[in-house]
Write a protein of this length. Structure first.
Length: 146
């Protein structure tokens, strides 16, 4: 399994920063998380909850086709009061939205550890990001087989 270039660049950015600045960068990703499109706001049943997260976060994955090179689109609903969770969602969105099915499936499960933020956030929060990634990959597998 390999880390896609976009995610690797994000991990490199975190690794290059001083520990005290990493949480700030995570909050920047929180601010950059796109809003849900209206069609998903109108029908929240289309979103899947991520119970591994301490904060209420919901995801939806859409795949344009059934081939390994089909494009993946990610959608997240995370409250503004949960900036850490939103930040993780923002990282996954920036790193994987628009990627191919195969690229998303190739992300290693331990990717959250590559961000080097274990001292800034609790293991429980990192587990939440792992839960997001696992659900994204499961939805991609299911939808790419249709």
């Amino acid at each position: 399994m390999t880390i896609p270039q976009a995610l690797q660049e994000i991990a490199d950015d975190f690794g290059a920063m001083e520990e005290s600045q990493r949480l700030e960068l995570l909050l920047e990703f929180s601010d950059e998380l796109p809003d849900l499109p209206q069609r998903l706001k109108d029908d929240p049943k289309l979103l899947e909850p991520v119970p591994e997260c301490q904060s209420p976060i919901f995801i939806r994955v859409e795949v344009d086709g059934t081939q390994p090179d089909s494009t993946v689109h990610l959608f997240f609903s995370a409250p503004a009061e949960a900036p850490t969770t939103r930040g993780f969602a923002g990282i996954l969105n920036e790193g994987l939205d628009g990627a191919t099915v195969q690229t998303v499936l190739d992300v290693p499960a331990d990717f959250p550890l590559k961000l080097n933020i274990e001292k800034q956030v609790s293991p429980l929060r990192l587990n939440g990001m792992s839960g997001m990634l696992a659900r994204i990959q499961r939805q991609v597998r299911e939808k790419a087989q249709q």
